[in-house]
Structures are given as C-alpha cells and as structure tokens.
Design a protein around this ligand. Structure first.
Ligand code: AOF
Ligand code: ZN
Length: 358
C-alpha cells in the first residue's frame, strides 16, 4: 500500500476523536511493518494518551516495531504535557521511519518533534495529506493564531434569500435529514450560540437529540435580558452562558443552570468571544437568528458558514447575511441545497493573518 493510503487511514482514525479532544487536535496513527498494519490508534479524549501511544500499545509483537514505519497525522509532540513526549516514545521504540502529514504549530512542539526524531537517526518525511489534516484540525490551527474560538455560522434561507418571514417566522426547513445533520454538527463543536430573538421565538433546546455525541455548552446573547425564564435554555437546569449588558444586570431569579456574564461597554460580540475563549471554548456553532448572524458577518467574526437553501420563495422578509465569498463546496440534502463557505480562501493552509484578537 502507498504512503497516502496509510495516511488516509490515520486521518480516518483521527476523525473518531471529533467532539472529544478539544482543545487538542484530532490525531491518528498507523504503524506499518512489511506492508502490514501492526498497530493503530488515535487521540480519544482530552487529557488522555496521544495517538502514538495507543498505536504503539496496540502492537502485539514489539520486535516488529524496530523496522516499522509510523504514519501520524500531526508532528509527534516533544513536550511534557499531560503525557510524556511522543517523539521520545518513537525514539525508544526504535522505529525506522516516521511519516507526518502536518507540523504542529503549538509553540511547545513546532518542529521540535521532528528535530528529536532526526537527531535519533530516524528518517522523517513531512507533508503527505497535509491539506486534509490542516482542514480536519482547522479549529485547532485557527485558534492557535487568532486567540478566539473558531466560528461556524449556520442558517437556512429561501431560494430568494430570506431567512424568515416579516413576522420572524423561520420554521420552514422541514427536512428531517437536515435537522439530524445539524445535531451531528452541534456534537462536533464546543459551544452553540443563539440570540435572544431565537430563544424567544423558537424556544430551542440546543441539545444533541438526533445524533450520538456530547452536547455543547449553550450560549445566549441576551443584551437586555429579554428572554423569559420559562424558555428551555433557562428553565431546564442545564448550563447556559448568558451574555448581557452590565447595566441591565439584576440578580437572576433562576439559580440552577444559567450563568450570567455581565459585559462592559463596547462590542458585545468581541467581549463574549473573549470570555468564551478564556473558558476553554475553542469552537462555536452559531444558529441565529438573522440579526446575530448579520453581526458576526459584518464584524468579520466568522470562519465558516453552512447554508441550507430551499426551493421555496418568501418574496419578502428578513434577508440572509451576505458573506462576500463564493461557496467552496455545494451538496444536496433532503431536497435542500447545502453550501459550505470559508471566510479565508484555504483558511486551513493560510499563514497567520492579523486576527481579531491578535
Ligand atoms: C501528539 N499526538 O495525539 C496529540 C498531540 O496536554 P497534552 O499533553 O495532551 O498535549 C496537548 C498538545 O499536544 C496539543 O496542544 C498539541 O500540540 C499536541 N497534540 N500531539 O503527538 C497526539 N493530540
Ligand atoms: Zn504526543
């Protein structure tokens, strides 16, 4: 089998960590001896062993490690973090060659892993499926350079570009397939965010019911604390972070579940994103409504957008935000069109741009 096929397998393994490893990257590892896979592993949970450790442990006959080639999607770490350095493990295992997809831009690692391996006489090759790995870990790479969470916008619009009718009614995406996909997407991010209007009008639960996976932290932007306490996001006893203006603050009547985070003057979006980043949130899925989505777009605080377009026409209503870039990828789902947008062309391979929080 070719290098690329083994690396593709490592990429596939890495994806199994989605939703469980943030703020760490997803990493997969495959160990090959005489064209046979003798060990596989991936980073399964934040704080747990790295991909290389699982793969080395999976090898039944350690004697075969010595002449093996290790395929790993990210540069093996060189630092003592929650676990010992993976580069040391590979050196001790005396593997013959290490094939890496992408270098780790974490300053604790950044090239030091490769240097350790080479210093020990291990052959190292970098760059196989790098693009794919940088895309898979775009949240990790982007937050390292921007110091704010990775932001994914999602909305549904009509063929004539409206996200809701004049009265704010937006419940027209009926495809159950789209709904299930949205639940899957929720499970892949650290937080899910809506504005007051959406919490009031749609009363969403913002959980993951139609997919198996962790439920993200719920975030409510409610500048003037307008959302009544009987809405699901406030009433169900689960955590919701509520960002509001300092001067609007009165002691919350609900004592279990919500956490009220007062914001000073200035941009509410910047303030809340900074606070969320400080709480360890590395990615946010923004579900609306129209006003909130427009604010994110206008302040260029987004990285990715996923837009459903139905065949229906409203002729008037609340207009969808304009992203100013063309779709990178378009597919069909449950009769709707689904388009993916990235704010920066090839964001996953771009070098550090001046970001909002740099
Ligand atoms: C690897 N293999 O599977 C992963 C790596 O806090 P720790 O000890 O888990 O270290 C986290 C950092 O290690 C993370 O920021 C990234 O730079 C690297 N992740 N490295 O060799 C892995 N998950
Ligand atoms: Zn490691």
């Amino acid at each position: 089998m070719s290098d690329e096929r083994y690396m593709r397998r490592a990429l596939e393994l890495a994806a199994l960590g989605a939703g469980h490893v943030s703020p760490n990257p997803m990493v997969g590892c495959v160990i090959v001896h005489e064209d046979e896979i003798i060990g596989e592993g991936y980073h399964q949970a934040y704080g747990g062993p790295h991909a290389e450790v699982h793969a080395v442990r999976a090898v039944q006959d350690p004697a075969r490690l010595a002449a093996s080639t290790v395929y790993v999607t990210l540069e093996p770490c060189a630092h003592w973090g929650k676990t010992p350095p993976c580069a040391d493990l590979l050196v001790e295992s005396a593997v013959k060659k290490v094939v890496i997809a992408a270098l780790d831009t974490n300053p604790l690692v950044a090239g030091k892993g490769v240097a350790k391996l080479r210093a020990a006489g291990i052959e190292v090759e970098v760059g196989i499926l790098e693009r794919e790995v940088r895309h898979q870990n775009r949240r990790f790479f982007a937050t390292l350079r921007r110091k704010r969470p990775y932001i994914i916008l999602k909305w549904a619009q009509t063929a004539d570009g409206f996200v809701a009718r004049e009265n704010g009614d937006s419940k027209w995406i009926s495809s159950s397939l789209s709904r299930q996909l949205v639940h899957r997407w929720r499970a892949e991010e650290d937080a899910i965010l809506v504005g007051a209007g959406t919490a009031i009008a749609d009363n969403p639960r913002l959980d993951v019911r139609d997919w198996v996976g962790p439920s993200p932290t719920r975030v409510l932007l409610d500048e003037h604390l307008e959302v009544p306490e009987d809405r699901h996001v406030l009433a169900d006893g689960q955590l919701t972070l509520i960002y509001h203006r300092q001067e609007e603050f009165t002691a919350p009547k609900v004592i279990q579940g919500p956490i009220y985070v007062p914001q000073g003057p200035g941009s509410q979006l910047h303030g809340s994103l900074e606070d969320l980043f400080g709480r360890g949130i590395r990615s946010i899925f923004v579900e609306g409504g129209a006003g909130i989505l427009r604010s994110f777009v206008e302040q260029e605080l987004w990285d990715e957008a996923r837009v459903f377009t139905s065949a229906q026409r409203f002729h008037s209503g609340l207009a969808a935000p304009r992203l100013g870039v063309s779709a990178a990828h378009v597919e069909e789902i449950g009769g709707d069109q689904l388009a993916y947008y990235y704010r920066e062309a090839q964001a996953e391979v771009a070098d550090a741009p001046p970001g909002a929080f740099n």
